[in-house]
Design a protein around this ligand. Structure first.
Ligand SMILES: NC(=O)c1ccc[n+]([C@@H]2O[C@H](COP(=O)([O-])OP(=O)(O)OC[C@H]3O[C@@H](n4cnc5c(N)ncnc54)[C@H](O)[C@@H]3O)[C@@H](O)[C@H]2O)c1
Length: 253
């Protein structure tokens, strides 16, 4: 099936992690025919590695450093993409992380702020910077990466999950507001996946514990998330906006 990516320019955030969702999304968009996939991350060296792999697939790419929690850096980064390629058709908002964990009594306000700023504000800052360019062309597809954790209450009281619930709502609000402008906004909500997302030394044990909550008893792969993102990014999903698709082996039904 032709996903219609010929001539399209994509921007992927959080694309530096060499085992993460952002890189898998960048490579799939390149393989499926995008003209250019611009990649960004707080870690420029890692983003450069991803850009090299994108280019090896015959697709144009630039790597840019931007901390998504910093509005000015985000604005500059988006300006750079426009200067290089003239437009952005597809935006994948992938950068994110879980910051701090534990019983409510041990949580502090600073950790709450960091989770909200990274996962919710980060998604909003990039969208805010890209939106005027999509509006000019009356076309765009934005795919936010949410999380199944906002529906998995066994994870406890967790500001990360609340920030991702905010991403779900932001997706729907944006989709409604932009519905007549040719811009669609959807969200892919992954299940547990052994990327760099889990930083604890007992990563394997944490994954095994998380998989007990997954009916298909398998980890979500970066390729699973890349396929769902490509679906939303493509015009084959042209009648779909404001949706949150859980890609998590049935963990959220
Ligand atoms: N892996 C999972 O189990 C899982 C489950 C549900 C949701 N998610 C979400 O998927 C997304 C991708 O995570 P992943 O699993 O690929 O993890 P990852 O840690 O492998 O990749 C995340 C990337 O985001 C970048 N990043 C972090 N903070 C940033 C900032 N302030 N500015 C710019 N870039 C920043 C990191 O450098 C990294 O390259 C995240 O939004 C995460 O919340 C992951």
């Amino acid at each position: 099936m032709d996903l219609g990516f010929k001539g399209k320019v994509a921007l992927v955030t959080g694309a530096g992690s060499q085992i993460g969702f952002g890189k898998a999304i960048s490579l799939l968009l390149a393989k499926e025919g995008c003209d250019a996939v611009a990649v960004t991350d707080i870690n420029l060296d890692d983003a450069k590695l991803t850009a090299e792999e994108v280019k090896a697939l015959g697709c144009k790419s630039i790597a840019m450093k931007a901390d998504v929690t910093n509005r000015d850096e985000v604005q500059e980064m988006v300006k750079q993409v426009i200067a290089e390629y003239g437009k952005i058709d597809i935006l994948a908002n992938v950068a994110g992380a879980v910051i701090g964990y534990g019983p409510l009594e041990q949580q502090d306000e600073e950790t709450w702020d960091k989770n909200i700023r990274l996962n919710l504000y980060g998604t909003m800052f990039i969208t805010q910077a890209v939106l005027p360019h999509m509006k000019k062309q009356n076309y765009g597809s934005i795919v936010n990466i949410g999380s199944g954790s906002s529906h998995m209450y066994s994870h406890g009281v967790n500001m990360y999950a609340m920030s991702k619930a905010g991403v779900d709502l932001f997706t729907k609000q944006m989709a409604w507001v932009e519905a007549k402008t040719g811009i669609r906004i959807n969200c892919v909500a992954p299940g547990p996946s052994p990327t760099n997302f889990i930083k604890a030394p007992d990563k394997q044990a944490i994954m095994e514990m998380q998989l007990t909550t997954v009916p298909m008893a398998k980890a979500t792969t970066p390729e699973d998330i890349a396929c769902a993102t490509a679906f939303f990014a493509s015009d084959i999903s042209g009648d779909i906006t404001g949706q949150v698709l859980h890609v998590s082996g049935g963990a959220v039904m």
